[in-house]
Write a protein that binds this ligand. Structure first.
Ligand code: DOR
Ligand code: ZN
Length: 417
């Protein structure tokens, strides 16, 4: 299959060009148009985004999301590849399940699925999964995300196995006893509202512990969703020591703060919680200076009925994979610059995983996105492909909307004119 995208600009260039894609690869630039032709409307062509942290809820919680809705949403957000989290029902801890998810996703034609598998069976934190078989089945990462690796010895053993398999473990680093069921950041706002707080120390203490396990095992560890300044300092220190550690920050921890909880709306309940403006600004500095390796969304859909429960009862999670790039570009594009922002959402995640770096040169895999960097549009969650049709950014004007996402040479998303 051949596809030519005309009327586009390559990232970093002002020239209007065309790109031809054939058999899943970029064939070349400015060739005579061939096959299906799509007008790129003057948009910017970049490598498709890579998501290392999304909850797609299949199997078992498909009232919240499923592979079709989640991967269609990802493609609409400009993502070509999604690593899905294993905290499903049952947990993704079985090689046959990994294979069946990949096969099912392949048939859908949206973003490509690369499942993460659990570190421990059932994410119970007791017995390790069959990591080698899970890797053979196509699992790309191990994590008990959603839960918090309370048993340091079990995590150590998992990291030793992961190291022998040359695989990355990612961790949701919060000390569960210290967070003590807090429903928001512990601080002035939680005290004023009288809501149980989850202290920054719960995250920082856990990251500090995990850095020692990295030093002990030499295994590659990826720290998910940093939310506090202290965590970033600890990760920076570990990197200075030469430890093989990487980290991600989520757009919601940059753009939203604990002030949002004044609404008492559980839409803003997320783990780890939204923190202070100082934390958010500090994390943005980490993106700028390279100490944060990538941006991930932690897309965590729940049903509207679940999120309409009160703050104490509602589950944690914010879902917004379709608008992650527009949020980042609109809010932080000027500070970060386009090339840095795209690096954090494409090459950054690839480096974390040890994958080949995305490229737009002839011969590279044809996973690309065309972005409209200029047109402001209102966020309308009713249009979301995701089953979670509500978001903190509803009604906001954002720019940077994907026009076209191509995955493996095939159109995975095209914005209707
Ligand atoms: O807010 C969150 N939601 N944090 C997690 O770690 C899990 C996720 C979920 O699965 O809903
Ligand atoms: Zn998490």
């Amino acid at each position: 299959m051949t596809l030519t995208i005309t009327n586009i600009k390559r990232v970093g260039s002002d020239k209007t060009e065309s790109v031809t894609i054939e058999n899943g690869l970029i064939k070349g630039w400015n060739l005579p148009a061939e096959g299906q032709t799509i007008d790129g409307q003057g948009g910017t062509l970049a490598p498709a985004l890579i998501e290392l942290h999304a909850h797609l809820r299949e199997p078992g919680q498909t009232e919240k999301e499923d592979l079709a809705s989640g991967l269609a949403a990802a493609a609409a957000g400009g993502y070509g590849t999604v690593v899905c989290m294993p905290n499903t029902r049952p947990v993704i801890d079985d090689p046959a399940l990994v294979r069946s998810l990949i096969e099912k996703a392949d048939g859908l034609g949206f973003a490509r699925l690369k499942p993460a598998a659990a570190v421990t069976r059932g994410e119970k934190g007791e017995h390790l999964t069959e990591m080698s078989y899970l890797k053979d089945a196509g699992a790309v990462m191990f994590t008990d995300d959603g839960l918090t690796n309370e048993n340091a010895r079990v995590l150590r053993l998992g990291m030793e196995y992961a190291r022998s398999l040359n695989m990355v473990i990612s961790v949701h680093a919060e000390d569960d006893a210290l967070r003590a069921g807090g429903v928001m950041n512990e601080g002035a706002v939680s005290e004023e509202l009288g809501l149980p707080g989850n202290p920054a120390a719960a995250a920082a203490a856990r990251v500090a512990r995990d850095m020692e396990i990295v030093a002990l095992t030499g295994a590659r560890l990826h720290v998910q969703h940093l939310s506090t300044a202290r965590e970033l300092d600890i990760v920076r220190d570990a990197k200075r020591r030469g430890l093989p550690v990487t980290c991600e920050v989520c757009p919601h921890h940059l753009d939203l703060t604990d002030e949002s909880l004044r609404t008492f709306d559980a839409m803003y309940k997320v783990a780890p919680p939204l923190r202070t403006r100082q934390d958010a600004d500090y994390l943005l500095e980490g993106l700028l200076d390279g100490s944060v390796d990538c941006i991930a969304t932690d897309h965590a859909p729940h049903t509207r009925a679940e999120k309409e429960r009160d703050l104490l009862e509602a589950p944690s999670g914010i879902a917004y994979i379709e608008i992650a790039f527009p949020i980042m570009w609109t809010r932080f594009g000027e500070r970060l610059g386009l090339e840095k922002l795209l690096d954090l959402m494409t090459a950054g995640p690839a480096r974390v995983m040890g994958w080949p770096l995305p490229s737009l040169e002839a011969g590279s895999p044809a996973d690309v996105v065309v972005l409209d960097l200029d047109t402001e549009r209102e966020v309308n969650p009713a249009e979301f492909r995701s089953k979670a049709k509500f978001t903190p950014w509803q009604g906001q004007m954002l720019k940077g909307w994907p026009l076209l996402t191509v995955v493996n040479g095939r159109v995975a998303y095209r914005r209707e004119p």
